[in-house]
Write a protein that binds this ligand. Structure first.
Ligand code: C2E
Ligand code: CA
Ligand code: CA
Length: 500
């Protein structure tokens, strides 16, 4: 079973590792696309501005100009000098009048978008798809220069060895609306990025997309990385689990050893009647005094001890110490009750009852008595059985208090079925005293009136201030447990406290 757990953990985390790297692949692919669409936008701007500068440097023409050898060589020279102008011509009445070279250009359906008074970007509208030709026009009166500009090609960008994986679309928000692009694959894009560019000349949208082949560039690069990551994470998870498991096992055995060595000792927190200032009892609170003299508070081991079934022997060991303390130190004290925290498991059979019976019948308690408290936070599986056990315990003169009243869901039902004598109000409600806008403040009043109606005694827990003590006193709550009177004390200190 142990090995299977490790295998399952490894496989689950391994699979998560693969998914994680796949996710990372996509993140990288997306960031590449984002970076390149910015590049596309800036290249477009660079092509346009540089080419515009070039053709604006050309001499101004009259409508009546004719194509001379000199003009032709000027056009050739300009094409040669400029980085992005591939062909330059003089254009009049939809006719090429003079050109830098005889290259076929279909100018019949040009869509031009003015970017300045005398400049337009133009695209031959019928070939917006697989290849397009981008033109820049300089308008003069009745005659134009027209320049063919180097097309934007996404495959100039990364990744190098994916020929048909990237495409783009540029739309100029213009009248007429111009859209052109490079349609390079037939399948759906899986990653894409859109950049909006707004400058004094144009407002354009650049969309660069990659398909599955593009994404695979990154996954191919990543599959070894994926497996390696999966293995590393899987092994790490097994290691963490192994360490955690060892810790649990060692905590388990430390608690067992602690019980055998009697390391769980009782502390006593006085419960005082505020009307007389006299202690009437104590709550017994366990402390783990380790062999190295470290004192461990209960919240660090009680939940674990409950879950692992150590709580019953722990209570027994502690109860024996309580009896010992009472016999040794309690002779002079006034009559007190000692309230022991129990869990539902204590009521599932007669074992605990028999222990209590033995203690009571032995007379070791002297003029003191025992009491029990159970938290309403832990559910009781079999109420009838619990009540049967409790009735035997009640017959010994031991009563049951409901701990943490109001914090769980069991309050009403526990009071109804278990024969509770006293409600212990949790610190959480006591803390609301003096806070006018606290919802829990209403609950405090409700618990107290519920207790009065049900003829239950009340103990307020976690009372720290004179204000809290006073408020509770006015509502008739006289039994107080809290730092206001005392913190939980070691046996000797507690019995001294009761004599003071
Ligand atoms: P609990 O039964 O509600 O015990 C009251 C807790 O409130 C104690 O914490 C006590 O020290 C603390 N307390 C009392 N008055 C004040 C106050 O005025 N201010 C503040 N800040 N705290 C106050 P402790 O001793 O740490 O115990 C924590 C919990 O551990 C207990 O809560 C109880 O649920 C559990 N526990 C303690 N001993 C035993 C035991 O022997 N058996 C079982 N099953 N549980 C135990
Ligand atoms: Ca308690
Ligand atoms: Ca409590």
């Amino acid at each position: 079973m142990g090995k299977i757990k490790y295998i399952i953990i490894f496989l689950v985390v391994f699979a998560l590792g693969l998914v994680l790297v796949k996710g990372v692949d996509r993140i990288i692919a997306n960031s590449v696309i984002a970076r390149d669409s910015e590049m596309l936008a800036s290249k477009f701007q660079m092509y346009i501005t540089e080419s515009a500068e070039q053709i604006l440097e050309m001499p101004r023409l009259d409508p009546g100009v004719t194509c001379t050898a000199e003009l032709e060589s000027l056009l050739k020279q300009k094409t040669f000098d400029s980085s992005f102008v591939r062909w330059l011509a003089i254009y009049k009445d939809n006719q090429v009048l003079c050109q830098s070279g005889v290259i076929p250009h279909d100018l019949t359906a040009l869509k031009a978008h003015k970017v300045r008074e005398n400049l337009s970007i133009a695209v031959a509208s019928h070939n917006t798809q697989t290849s397009h030709e981008l033109f820049l026009m300089r308008h003069m009166e009745g005659i134009d220069y027209i320049a063919s500009i180097t097309p934007l090609r996404p495959r100039y960008f990364v990744p190098v060895d994916c020929e048909r994986c990237l495409e783009y679309k540029v739309s100029l928000d213009s009248d007429p609306y111009i859209e052109f692009g490079f349609d390079n694959f037939a399948d759906e894009p899986v990653v894409y990025h859109v950049v909006q560019e707004q400058n004094p000349y144009y407002h354009a949208t650049f969309e660069l997309s990659g398909n599955r082949v593009f994404l695979e560039q990154y996954s191919q690069l990543g599959w070894r990385v994926s497996v390696a990551t999966g293995i590393v994470l899987g092994l790490l998870a097994c290691l963490v689990y192994w360490r955690w498991n060892n810790h649990q096992i060692s905590l388990d055995s430390q608690i067992k050893r602690g019980i055998q060595r009697g390391e769980f000792i009782p502390y006593y927190q006085p419960i005082v009647d505020s009307s007389t200032g006299m202690p009437v009892g104590a709550e017994v609170l366990v402390r783990w005094l380790r062999h190295d003299n470290r004192m461990i508070p209960p919240n660090q081991f009680i939940p674990f001890a409950e879950a692992r079934g150590h709580i019953l022997p722990m209570t027994t060991s502690m109860l024996n110490k309580v009896i010992n303390d009472i016999q040794l130190l309690g002779g002079q004290s006034p009559p007190l009750f000692f309230s022991i925290n129990i869990v539902p498991a204590h009521l599932e059979n007669d074992d605990f009852y028999h222990q209590l019976q033995e203690i009571v019948e032995s007379g070791m308690l002297g003029h003191h008595r025992l009491s029990l408290e159970i938290t309403e936070r832990l559910p009781i599986k079999d109420m009838t059985l619990a009540r049967q056990t409790l009735d035997k315990i009640y017959a010994l003169g031991i009563d049951l208090k409901l701990d943490d009243a109001g914090t769980g869901y069991g309050c009403f039902s526990y009071v109804q079925h278990l024969g509770i004598s006293t409600l212990k109000i949790d610190k959480m409600f006591v803390d609301t005293i003096g806070q006018s806008h606290n919802f829990n403040g209403k609950t405090l009043d409700a618990i107290i009136s519920f207790a009065n109606e049900s003829k239950l005694h009340v103990i307020a827990e976690g009372v720290e201030t004179v204000e809290q003590q006073g408020y509770l006193g006015e509502l008739g709550v006289k039994l107080i447990q809290g730092y206001y009177y005392s913190k939980p004390l070691a046996a000797e200190d507690f019995f001294k406290f009761t004599l003071a």
